[in-house]
Design a protein around this ligand. Structure first.
Ligand code: CP
Length: 307
C-alpha cells in the first residue's frame, strides 16, 4: 500500500506515468466512468478548501466511486479532542482511500502511520501540498510540452506557501531548471529549501524583490497569495498583503510565451483584468487538478487502466 505525503514519494518516472494517465483521462473521460465502481474516498479536511476537496470528490465521482467526509474540524470529533491517529483508524473501516488536509505539518504522516488505506496529503500547514504540485506539473507540461529547460518565477509568500515548497522540490529533479524567487525579505523561502534543496542540488536561483525586473526572463510565473491564516500578527499581514499585484501593465513586460499559474484562491495578487490574457492559465490549472487526482486515485488503488 502506498501513500502520497510528499511529491518526492513518486519518482520522476512514476510522475511521468501518472501525468500520461491524467492526460489520457482528459482526452477519453467516458472510458473511466466505472473504473472505481464500489470504491469510496474519505475527504478529511481540518482546514478550509474549495478546489482540493471538491476536486477529489469530483475525481472519485467521475471514476464511478462515492465520497464521504467532513469539511471542517468543528464538524468532526476532532472538536471533542479525538486524535488524528484514532480518526484514521475509524476512516480505514469506512473508505478505501482518504485525502487529508490539516493545519499541523506532518499530520498526514501520522495518519499514514496508523492507516490501513492509502493516505493523500491534501496540504499540511506551511509544509507540502503534493497534489497541487502534480496539478502544476501537468499544467506546465501541457502548456510548454516539457518539464525541463525553463525559468520559473515564484512570487509572493514563499515562506509559508506549501505549494511553492512542494513545487520547488518536484522541479529540481528535472534538467536545466532555473528559479527566480520574488518576495519581500520577510516572506523568503525557508532556509531548508534554500540550503538543502536548491544549493545542495546546485540549482541556479536568485532571490529578488522586484517583479517587474524578473518578468522578461520567465517561462512560468507562479503567483501566490499572502496567506492571512499563517500570520501571527495582523499588522504584518496588512503591510505585506498587496506587495505584488500582477496587472496588464506588468504582463506587457513578459514574453508572449510565458504562462501565469496560481494555485488559487487569489485575493488581490492577480488583477481580474489579467484573466482574459491568453497567458493566464490558472483556471485551466483547476481543470487539470481533477484529471490528475483521478489518475492518482487510480494509481494508489492499483486500478487497471481500461482499454
Ligand atoms: N489550491 C488549493 O489548495 O485550493 P483550496 O485551498 O481551495 O483547496
Amino acid at each position: 500500500m502506498r501513500h502520497l505525503l510528499n511529491p518526492l514519494d513518486f519518482s520522476v518516472e512514476e510522475i511521468s506515468q501518472l501525468l500520461d494517465l491524467a492526460s489520457d483521462i482528459e482526452h477519453h473521460l467516458p472510458k473511466y466512468a466505472h473504473v472505481c465502481d464500489g470504491k469510496k474516498i474519505a475527504t478529511l479536511f481540518y482546514e478550509p478548501s474549495t478546489r482540493t476537496r471538491l476536486s477529489f470528490e469530483s475525481a472519485m465521482l467521475s471514476l464511478g466511486g462515492s465520497v464521504l467526509g467532513f469539511s471542517s474540524a468543528d464538524s468532526s470529533s476532532a472538536a471533542k479532542g479525538e486524535s488524528v491517529a484514532d480518526t484514521i483508524r475509524m476512516i480505514s473501516c469506512y473508505a478505501d482511500i482518504c485525502a487529508m488536509r490539516h493545519p499541523k505539518e506532518g499530520a498526514p504522516l501520522v495518519a499514514a502511520n496508523h492507516s490501513s488505506i492509502p493516505v493523500i496529503n491534501a496540504g499540511d500547514g506551511g509544509h507540502q501540498h503534493p497534489t497541487q504540485t502534480l496539478t502544476d506539473l501537468m499544467t506546465i507540461r501541457s502548456l510548454l510540452g516539457r518539464l525541463n529547460g525553463m525559468t520559473v518565477g515564484l512570487c509572493g509568500d514563499l515562506k509559508f506557501g506549501r505549494t511553492v515548497h512542494s513545487l520547488i522540490n518536484a522541479l529540481v529533479r528535472y534538467p536545466d531548471i532555473r528559479f527566480i524567487l520574488i518576495s519581500p525579505p520577510e516572506l523568503r523561502v525557508p532556509e531548508y529549501i534554500r540550503e538543502d534543496v536548491l544549493k545542495a542540488k546546485n540549482i541556479e536561483f536568485k532571490e529578488a524583490d522586484n517583479l517587474d525586473e524578473a518578468m522578461p526572463e520567465l517561462d512560468i510565473l507562479y503567483m501566490t497569495r499572502v496567506q492571512r491564516e499563517r500570520f501571527f500578527n495582523e499588522e504584518d499581514y496588512i503591510r505585506l498583503k498587496d506587495c505584488y499585484i500582477l496587472d496588464k501593465a506588468k504582463m506587457k513586460l513578459a514574453r508572449e510565451t510565458m504562462f501565469v499559474l496560481h494555485p488559487l484562491p487569489r485575493v488581490n495578487e492577480i488583477s481580474v483584468e489579467v484573466d482574459s490574457d491568453p497567458r493566464a492559465a490558472y483556471f485551466r490549472q483547476v481543470q487539470y487538478g481533477v484529471y490528475v487526482r483521478m489518475a492518482l486515485i487510480m494509481t494508489l488503488l492499483e486500478v487497471e487502466k481500461p482499454c
